[in-house]
Design a binder for this molecule. Sequence first.
Ligand code: XMP
Length: 315
Amino acid sequence: DWNAGNFIEEKVKVIREQVGQGTVVLGLSGGVDSSVAALLLHKAIGKQLTCVFVDHGLMRKDEMKQVQAYFAPFELNVIWVDASDEFLGALAGVTDPEQKRKIIGGKFIEVFEREAGKVKADFLGQGTTYPDVIESSGIGGAILVKSHHNVGGLPERMKLKLVEPLRELFKDEVRATGLALGLPEEMNQRHPFPGPGLAVRLPGAITRERATILQNADAIFMQELKDSGWYRKTSQAFAVLLPVQTVGIMGDERTFEWMCALRAVTSEDFMTADWARLPHELLEKIAQRIVREVKGINRVVYDITSKPPATIEYE
Ligand code: XMP
């Protein structure tokens, strides 16, 4: 039987053999896969590993600070990069979903290459898992309707050899490995978050102001889901800021502000998904809090479409 303790012990040997006295650079996103890969590599080769965390300005609220806090006890080498001006600048005025994805993907490679180039690395570490391997070899039969943000071309561009210690693992095994390596539960049980981040949840033109409004609404949604126990019962959940203003009333004032959509789904493999039957009382509380606490939003709707025909993200 598969066992996280044995897996870690064996992988540590394999990594040490492969890397020798070399150095590894790894893109840490704060997601489960890259976090577990970072901890496993760190256990094997310690300071020969350097992680690069790129904040593109479209992450969850306070994401970089939170990841810093979670990783502080492990004493990893991490280069923390705030590239939000660069990304948001490149995205200014862009409304086409595919165009946004291409800009973010291209910028990410540029920024990562620049930062990672500061470490004279021999290897690129990646948190590739078994489902990623299947999907990219086409066995999964997935029809990709969106150009996915990935760093597939990086190893060749940077002339680096790959280290992918999680390549044989399924998601539950990745999480079991994370648990055994001491990754905090809150990190280990995270919902997936798309590479282009909030860009795919901000239809229309992206501005820092709109990103901040969305982060604030999303943070309330996440907190309420966690407090009510619904975060674990859903596979993915998030807020979306629609590019629509509607009339509302606050006190005796007329308002004309943005509309927010809440999306929560259950899914086995993210190829299909069902909308989550969140209790009405919970939805009511979240909507009230968002309208009351987030300046710029005066209306909240709940998305009840499944995938297909809708996709999970909005772009
Ligand atoms: P859709 O919106 O296609 O999303 O139903 C399916 C799953 O993929 C995630 N997603 C992405 N993940 N880079 C990623 O790493 C991307 O560009 C990307 N686009 C969508 C999405 O969050 C969902 O889990």
